[in-house]
Design a protein around this ligand. Structure first.
Ligand code: NAP
Length: 437
C-alpha cells in the first residue's frame, strides 16, 4: 500500500487524486487536505458566481471524493497546523495543489491607499471567501477602475455592472448582492497597458458584456490596427477582437445607465487621493518592437474611488518549500520539487490556463509519482492515522467527508429562491454547523 497527501482540494488537487487513483487502484490511499472544511478551492472561491456552468465540473470531483481510496481531510492548514516536512514523514509523496491565492502587486505609488484592492480580495468577497467577508469595498463613488486585460478583470467589471436580477441563479453571497445593489458606480474603466490585439480575454466572456441589462461596453475604434491585421491572430483571439470591434461600432445604449469603458494603451503610473483612492494617473503607451508597452510620456487621469488590480496571482510560500519569487510559484521541474514532493496546477505552472488545463497537469505528476514508486510497491507509513494523532496533540480538529456534506446540505437549505446555495462566509459558521464551537 502507498499513501499520498494531496494538499489543496481545487481542480488541480482533484485531477491529481483522480489520476493517482487510476494509476494505483486499491494499492494506494489518497488523502486530500484542505484548510477549509469544504472543498473545491477555485471552483468555490474563484469562478464567478454567475458562471454556474463552469462550476458544474465539480460533479466529476464528487466522484473522486466518493471513491473508496480517497479521503477528504478538512480544516487543516499545511504550513501552520502541520509542516510539509512532517507530511513527508507520514506519507510516501506529498503533492502541493494549493493554487495562487494572492494578487500580484502593481508596484506603483499609492497602491496601498484605501479603495485599492487586489482581484483575489474582491473576487473572494463576492464569492464568500472567509478571509474577505469584511472587505467592504467602497461602492459609494460613481467611478471604478479595473486594471488588467484578462478574464479576471472582465469578471470584476461584469460583477460591478450587473443588476440584482441578473444574479438570479448565481451563488453570489448575500452581503455582496446587497452591497452591489446599493452601489453608485456608473462607470467602470478597464485599463489595459497594451492594445486590443494583446488582450488575454476569451470570446465567450467578452461577448457577455454586450447583453447586460444596465451596462454598455464602450470601445474606441482608434485603438485598433487596420482590420487586415486581425488575419494574423489565432482564431480565438480573432473572435475576441471582432467582438471588441462590434462594441466599437455600436454606440453605448442611452437607456442603460452604466458604462464599461475599455481604455487601451494605458499604463498605471500612480494612484492618488486624499487619504483614499480618487484617481489613477496613467501614461499613454505604444507597442515596442517586441510587442511590449512603451510609455509615450503623455499622461492623464482616470477618476476612480474603487480600483481593482486584476493583473495575475501568486502562490503563498510554504516554509521549507523552495519558491520562485518572480514566477509566484514553487520551484519545480515538470512538477517535481524535491524527492517525494511535487506541485500541480497554478502552484506548479503559475496562474494561467483554464480549469481543464489542470487535468493533464495532474495526470503528468501522477505519472512522475508512479515512476518513482511503481504501483504494487509498498511502505509502512502512518499516513492519516499519524496525521490525526499529530493534529490532536496540537488541538487541531480535522473535518471529514460527512462534515463537508452536512455543511453543503445546510448551505443548500439556506439558499435564496433559484440560487444553488447560500455560502457561509465565516470559518466559525462552518464549525458551528458541525457543533464544533
Ligand atoms: P491573465 O490572463 O494573465 O491577465 C493578466 C492581465 O494583467 C494581462 O492583461 C496583463 O497585461 C495585465 N498586467 C499584468 N501586469 C500588469 C501591470 N503591472 N500593469 C498593468 N497590467 C498588467 O490573468 P487573470 O485575468 O488573472 O487570469 C488568470 C487565469 O485564469 C487566466 O488563464 C484566465 O484565462 C483564467 N480565467 C478564466 C476565466 C474563464 O474562463 N471564464 C475566468 C477567470 C480567469 P500584459 O498582457 O500586458 O502582461
Amino acid at each position: 500500500m502507498r499513501h499520498f497527501a494531496v494538499v489543496g482540494s481545487g481542480p488541480a488537487g482533484f485531477y491529481t487524486a483522480e489520476a493517482l487513483e487510476k494509476a494505483y487502484g486499491d494499492r494506494a490511499r489518497i488523502d486530500i487536505l484542505d484548510r477549509y472544511p469544504v472543498p473545491y478551492g477555485l471552483i468555490r472561491f474563484g469562478v464567478a458566481p454567475d458562471h454556474q456552468s463552469l462550476k458544474a465540473v465539480s460533479k466529476r470531483y464528487d466522484k473522486t471524493a466518493e471513491s473508496a481510496g480517497v479521503d477528504f481531510i478538512g480544516n487543516v492548514a499545511v504550513g501552520h497546523d502541520v509542516s510539509v516536512a512532517e507530511l513527508l514523514d507520514l506519507y510516501d509523496a506529498v503533492i502541493l495543489a494549493v493554487g495562487s491565492p494572492h494578487s500580484r502587486k502593481l508596484g506603483i505609488p499609492g497602491e496601498d491607499l484605501p479603495g485599492v484592492i487586489g482581484s483575489s480580495e474582491f473576487v473572494g468577497w463576492y464569492n464568500g471567501h472567509p478571509d474577505y467577508a469584511d472587505l467592504d469595498p467602497p461602492l459609494s463613488g460613481t467611478h471604478a477602475a479595473v486594471i488588467g486585460n484578462g478574464n479576471v478583470a472582465l469578471d470584476c467589471a461584469r460583477i460591478l455592472s450587473k443588476t440584482r436580477g441578473e444574479f438570479d441563479g448565481s451563488d453570489i453571497v448575500n452581503h455582496a448582492i446587497d452591497a452591489l445593489d446599493a452601489s453608485a458606480i456608473r462607470t467602470v474603466t478597464i485599463l489595459g497597458r497594451r492594445g486590443p490585439h494583446q488582450i488575454a480575454m476569451t470570446p465567450k466572456e467578452l461577448g457577455e458584456l454586450g447583453h447586460l441589462d444596465a451596462a454598455s461596453p464602450q470601445v474606441d475604434i482608434a485603438d485598433f490596427p487596420p482590420v487586415e491585421a486581425d488575419d494574423a491572430l489565432e482564431p480565438g483571439q480573432r473572435k475576441s477582437i471582432s467582438i471588441l470591434r462590434e462594441f466599437a461600432a455600436t454606440p453605448p445604449d442611452a437607456a442603460k445607465p452604466k458604462r464599461m469603458v475599455f481604455d487601451f494603451f494605458a499604463k498605471p503610473l500612480r494612484i492618488e487621493g486624499d487619504g483614499k483612492a480618487e484617481k489613477i494617473v496613467v501614461e499613454r503607451t505604444e507597442l515596442d518592437e517586441k510587442g511590449g508597452a512603451r510609455g509615450t510620456g503623455e499622461t492623464y487621469e482616470v477618476p476612480a474611488s474603487l480600483i481593482i488590480s486584476a493583473i495575475g496571482y501568486s502562490s503563498a510560500p510554504i516554509e521549507g518549500v523552495p519558491y520562485d519569487d518572480r514566477g509566484g510559484k514553487f520551484l519545480n521541474e515538470g512538477g517535481r520539487i524535491a524527492d517525494r514532493l511535487y506541485a500541480v496546477g497554478w502552484a506548479r505552472r503559475g496562474p494561467s490556463g483554464t480549469i481543464g488545463t489542470n487535468r493533464p497537469d495532474g495526470y503528468e505528476v501522477a505519472d512522475l509519482v508512479a515512476a518513482a514508486m511503481p504501483p504494487g510497491s509498498s511502505s509502512d507509513r502512518q499516513a492519516a492515522e499519524g496525521l490525526k494523532s499529530l493534529l490532536s496533540s496540537r488541538g487541531v480538529m480535522p473535518t471529514d467527508y460527512d462534515d463537508w456534506r452536512k455543511i453543503e446540505e445546510t448551505e443548500t437549505a439556506n439558499a435564496r429562491p433559484g440560487s444553488p446555495r447560500e455560502k457561509f462566509v465565516r470559518h466559525d459558521h462552518w464549525l458551528e454547523t458541525l457543533g464544533r464551537k
